[in-house]
Design a protein around this ligand. Structure first.
Ligand code: SAM
Length: 293
């Protein structure tokens, strides 16, 4: 089937199958060949790669992925798109379409079965209603992933990339930056999609670290500190932590840990870097160990 990355061809396919866009699935199909090319060149695919595509839609990007990668696994939730994909992907023998909810799949098992446990390259124009759970599921779980090249809302891309003290900086920035190096590759306006989304979009590439960039004795505690800090942005870090049901430390213990890190007792969580959150959690762990000796 001919290249689908233009409005005319997309409309043709949609009309042929009487396809009705489902808002609940975040369906905004790409209709711009330049954008598809930009995503693909950023993903730097080779014949050695196995790509996991989340939400292939009518197969616009899937076709291009199949031409460059060795193998493509495309996971689509909407069963009405499956017959369309059988049509648009006819002749691409290296594509496997799976009808499933990506959030309910065991992706580690999928990598084992489809790629001998070697890492996927994830490439997708994501459904925006589940952007964060998809990204965090790929990073936090034990999923073998090398890079994640995805279209997301512009605002989410900015949050992921943001630095301490800035308005958009938050738990998502820190969580992603702990696991991967983020780079914004392109900004994409609404007219590159059908139907047009209400918000601007951006392509972001996350390159997974082999080892996290900071050292933590207790990763769970570090993320609990991060969540507690950003749940109550207007409070000082000390009050934010004291109000959090996840944090069991006393005011004195938190203050001592802050002093050890040369941080002011009135510091706000949103000004702390990933390194500082890691060091703070390490101080708290050490303090309890000492008290127990
Ligand atoms: N890749 C296509 C493109 O660029 O034209 C479609 C992208 S569209 C933004 C998002 C796609 O993800 C839709 O096809 C939608 O049905 C699918 N989708 C939504 N939720 C999903 C889920 N939980 N699991 C798998 N696919 C999902």
């Amino acid at each position: 089937m001919a290249d689908l990355s233009n409005p005319k061809k997309t409309i043709e396919v949609i009309q042929k199958y009487k396809f009705v866009f489902q808002k609940k699935f975040g369906q905004n199909f790409l209709i711009d060949a330049h954008v598809v090319e930009k995503i693909l060149s950023s993903a730097a695919l080779t014949q050695e790669d196995c790509v996991l595509e989340i939400g292939p839609g009518i197969g616009t990007m899937t076709q291009a992925l199949a031409e460059r990668a060795g193998q493509v696994i495309a996971v689509e939730i909407d069963r009405n798109l499956i017959p369309i994909l059988s049509d648009t992907l006819v002749g691409y023998s290296n594509v496997t379409v799976i009808c499933a909810d990506i959030l309910k799949m065991d992706l580690k098992k999928l990598a084992q079965e489809q790629n001998g446990g070697r890492p996927f390259k994830v490439v997708a124009n994501l459904p925006y209603y589940i952007t964060t759970p998809i990204i965090m599921g790929l990073l936090e779980g034990d999923v073998p992933v090398e890079t994640i090249t995805i279209m997301v809302q512009k605002e989410v891309a900015d949050r992921i990339k943001e630095e301490p003290g800035k308005k958009e900086y938050g738990a998502l920035s820190l969580a992603v930056q702990y696991y991967a190096k983020p780079e914004i590759v392109a900004n994409v306006p609404p007219n590159c999609f059908m139907p047009r989304p209400k918000v601007g979009s951006a392509v972001i590439r996350l390159t997974r670290y082999q080892e996290p960039p900071v050292f933590t004795v207790d990763e769970k505690l570090m993320f609990a500190l991060i969540r507690a800090s950003f749940n109550q942005r207007r409070k000082t870090l000390v009050n934010g932590l004291l109000n959090s049901p996840e944090i069991v430390y006393t005011k004195e213990q938190i203050q001592t840990a802050l002093e050890e890190q040369n941080l002011s007792l009135s510091v706000r969580g949103e000004t702390l870097s990933l390194q500082q959150f890691a060091e703070l959690s390490n101080s708290l762990v050490k303090m309890i160990e000492k008290e127990e000796e």
